[in-house]
Design a protein around this ligand. Structure first.
Ligand SMILES: [Zn+2]
Length: 207
């Protein structure tokens, strides 16, 4: 699945679960339960493991050490594994630094969770409304902090969102309507010779 298809899939999933793009923060734990999953917390032998999706058992297990916003993020991450791979009846052990053979699945779950919790159709207009008031790296940091609170995700998720969506943000701030944005991965941007700076880069360069 390519990035644009994954986003369309997440949008359909959200609609099916009666969530609107302008309705946030989203509670991935509540949606998991609504979807028919059981969510448990456990102490794992390795703290690197953040969460586990046991597909056959409709079970998500989260590391009990996760902070509330991390729980929301990883509940969404495991939910994407369940929803996209209910057919393969496997188990996903999600940690920091996943083995190469699972890289695609982890990309899908990370990108899908980020889009589910921070939909680009909500994020981009919020950025456009606020960008004129962001004049320094400190302003940018405050903005990211506020967004993280608003969307109930770790601050890192907002940082990565700005990286992953940099080409979409660039197009949108340049006047392209949301419905006409070209959503492509970093890899595809490279192969098309497209190189733009993320907002993180733009403000970091002021330092
Ligand atoms: Zn995973």
């Amino acid at each position: 699945m390519k990035k644009a298809e994954l986003y369309a899939h997440v949008e359909r999933f959200s609609r099916d679960n009666k969530l609107k793009p302008d309705q946030y923060p989203r509670n991935a734990l509540a949606v998991s339960t609504q979807y028919g999953l059981t969510v448990h917390y456990a102490e794992f032998t390795s703290d690197r493991i953040r969460g586990v999706a046991l597909i056959s058992d409709n079970l998500t297990i989260l590391n009990y050490r996760l902070l509330p916003r991390q729980r929301n993020y990883f509940a969404a991450h495991e939910l994407v594994h369940h929803d996209n791979h209910g057919d393969i009846k496997t188990e996903f052990y999600c940690s920091v630094g996943n083995p190469d053979n699972r890289k695609y699945y982890e990309w899908e779950a990370n990108e899908g969770a980020a889009e589910f919790l921070v939909p680009y159709k909500s994020l981009l207009p919020t950025i456009k409304c606020n960008i004129r008031d962001i004049h320094s790296p400190d302003d940018m940091e405050v903005f990211r902090t506020n967004l993280a609170k608003q969307f109930n995700v770790p601050k890192q998720t907002i940082y990565y969102r700005m990286e992953r969506l940099k080409y979409a943000i660039y197009q949108y701030l340049g006047g392209t309507p949301l419905s006409q944005l070209v959503i492509i991965s970093h890899k595809e941007q490279e192969s098309r010779g497209i190189s733009v700076n993320s907002l993180n880069d733009v403000y970091d360069e002021m330092l």
